[in-house]
Design a protein around this ligand. Structure first.
Ligand code: AMP
Length: 191
């Protein structure tokens, strides 16, 4: 399996680039944000609980997100690999992901970290809010999500750097150029 974590702040282009990577490499896309939004849409209990965090730009508790992923990984043992988008977001989630994959003799092969300046992130997210109508793409929630990113999520970079898995990708420029940088990294990995 080729297991890729696509890492970066909100608005760094994780979703956009994931779509392109899936197409080229035939990986299974796992976006915890999408999974949570589907739960909200389906008005499930989990969705209602998650919404109370998401609307404030806070993280949904680790055990909820980890529980959601465990089943998914188990059900998809046959895929070529996963692309984890928006997960892990805390150190505990990073450790849980390693444990989950180890059970199947698998591992995270590479972490592609999209590096984008804050001002650009804010502009992108505000624009996305106008188009997609995502309720958490408003200025107040965006600021809270960025704070959460720097406090809780960014420390994972050290975690992956220590494992020699972190590759920083400049995330400003054309979508195709950014994609090409990622593809160059992935094409060098043999699994
Ligand atoms: P995203 O679509 O990845 O930007 O996620 C939107 C929101 O869903 C985040 O601001 C969090 O509230 C929640 N969320 C998504 N993924 C996670 C995760 N791995 N851990 C905790 N909360 C998450």
């Amino acid at each position: 399996m080729l297991n890729v974590v696509i890492f970066g702040a909100p608005g760094s282009g994780k979703g956009t680039q994931s779509e392109k990577l899936i197409e080229k490499y035939g990986l299974k896309h796992v976006s915890t944000g999408d999974l949570l939004r589907a739960e909200i849409k389906g008005k499930s209990q989990l969705g209602q609980m998650a919404e109370s965090y998401m609307s404030k730009g806070q993280l949904v508790p680790d055990e909820v997100v980890i529980g959601m992923l465990e089943g998914l990984v188990q059900r998809n043992g046959h895929v070529k690999g996963f692309i984890f988008d928006g997960f892990p977001r805390t150190l505990a989630q990073g450790e849980a992901l390693d444990a989950m994959l180890t059970k199947y003799n698998e591992k995270v092969n590479v972490v592609l970290s999209l590096e984008v300046e804050d001002e650009e992130l804010i502009v992108r997210l505000l624009k996305r809010g106008e188009i997609s109508g995502r309720s958490d793409d408003n200025r107040e929630t965006i600021e809270s999500r960025l704070r959460v990113y720097y406090n809780q999520t960014a420390p994972l970079k050290d975690f992956y750097e220590e494992q020699g898995k972190l590759v920083r990708i400049p995330g400003q420029g054309s979508i195709d150029d950014i994609f090409a940088s990622m593809a160059t990294v992935l094409d060098r990995i043999t699994v």
